[in-house]
Write a protein that binds this ligand. Structure first.
Ligand SMILES: *Cc1c(COP(=O)(O)O)cnc(C)c1O
Length: 364
């Protein structure tokens, strides 16, 4: 049988990091701690209640969830101006990013990013027939702002996406950097939306403001977040964003009706009501991260300063061999970005001890 697969999809394999049941799964930046039993009960009770109404379609506009998300972000990022109409959500921030591309990308348009960065960005562009341009970061993985501003003027992207902290490098942008990028986007004829992907924002150092604080004066700014990382709810599939009302209204046009199931809405709301219990170990993860960075540096690796729950390290001589060697020791990490670099997610103290011991053995 000949399938009329789009020619640009021929020979491609589906994206996804390995899911292997090893002792230390340190490859997709999950929170290593399961939800505490009281939160499991609260989520189960909320889902139980929602189940009784499953004969009906869910609230298409998930108004209650949007209000909860606005309240959470207000508390977490000290921003008090967010209304439900400023919030949008999807099945993971992956879906929210796809909505952004469906609304603001498309044929003849360009998404601009800065490499190395999150491996899904080119896929959202491909799936929406949007051109994809990725400019290199500096050797230390920070953004070269002059080059970024020049790139925005040259490529006139309708979408600029910067992860902060960046995956895989962990490097974060300052508010001044974001203002500079936003100003460059404002110069693009026809408009350009600046997306700051704050998937790891909860791990940032204390006192560092979120890009969300710039929203009132920056209507073309979008700040995306997820419950998959610090929140410890990767299995719940809930990503969201904060933006101006006009941006959210545009996204409502392209979303499929009822894209957030009643089960998802109920589970996410119950989790949001218990956000502090779910994030109880974030301080611990931060401390473990800092120890991991210190240790890697002491071994002679270069590690960029990281505001996330992972560390990026190099140079590693034969990274595929190191990856396989670690796996034989029950430690799964990630080969990603330029040759010689690897990323390890921060797990529990026990998992990190396994990682350190295994790395020493494999590279001995
Ligand atoms: C993990 C991650 C996400 C989260 O994706 P979800 O679909 O919400 O699970 C988004 N952006 C970056 C850069 C990530 O690393």
């Amino acid at each position: 049988m000949t399938l009329p697969l789009r020619p640009e999809l021929k020979g491609l394999s589906p994206y996804g990091a390995p899911q292997q049941a090893v002792a230390a799964r340190l490859n997709v930046n999950e929170n290593p701690y399961s939800p505490p039993p009281a939160v499991v009960d609260a989520i189960a009770a909320a889902v139980h209640q929602a189940a009784a109404g499953l004969n009906r379609y869910p609230d298409r506009d998930f108004t209650a969830l949007r209000a909860d998300l606005a309240n959470y972000l207000a508390a977490e990022s000290h921003v008090d101006f967010l209304e439900p109409h400023n919030m949008w959500a999807g099945n993971g921030s992956n879906e929210v990013m796809l909505h952004l591309h469906q609304a603001f990308g498309g044929p003849g348009r360009t998404t601009l990013t800065f490499s190395p960065t999150y491996s899904m960005y080119p896929e959202y562009a491909r799936d929406t027939f949007t051109n994809y341009v990725s400019l290199p970061r500096m050797d230390d993985f920070r953004l070269d702002l002059d080059r970024a501003v020049a790139g925005i003027a040259e490529h006139k992207p309708t979408l600029v996406i910067v992860a902060s902290p960046n995956n895989p490098s962990g490097t974060a942008l300052s508010l001044d950097d974001i203002k500079t990028l936003a100003a460059a986007c404002a110069e693009v004829p026809g408009g350009s939306v600046l997306v700051i992907d704050e998937a790891y924002a909860e791990f940032r150092r204390r006192g560092v403001p979120s890009a969300a604080s710039l929203l009132p004066e920056t209507p073309h700014l979008v700040v995306t977040r997820t419950m998959s990382k610090a929140f410890g709810l990767a299995g719940g599939r809930l990503g969201y964003l904060a933006a101006s009302r006009q941006v959210v209204e545009a996204l409502q046009i392209v979303r499929l009706p009822y894209h957030l199931s009643a089960i998802t809405q109920a589970a996410a709301r119950a989790a949001l009501a218990h956000h502090s219990e779910l994030q109880a170990q974030v301080d611990e993860i931060r401390a473990e991260r800092d120890d991991t960075v210190d240790w890697l540096r002491a071994q002679g690796y270069t590690v960029p300063d990281t505001d996330a729950n992972f560390a990026y390290f190099g140079p590693v001589k034969d990274r595929d061999a190191v990856f396989n060697g670690l796996l034989e020791h029950g430690v799964l990490i990630r080969v990603v970005g330029p040759e010689g670099w690897m990323r390890v997610s921060v797990g529990t103290a026990r998992e990190m001890a396994m990682f350190r011991n295994a790395l020493l053995e494999v590279t001995a």
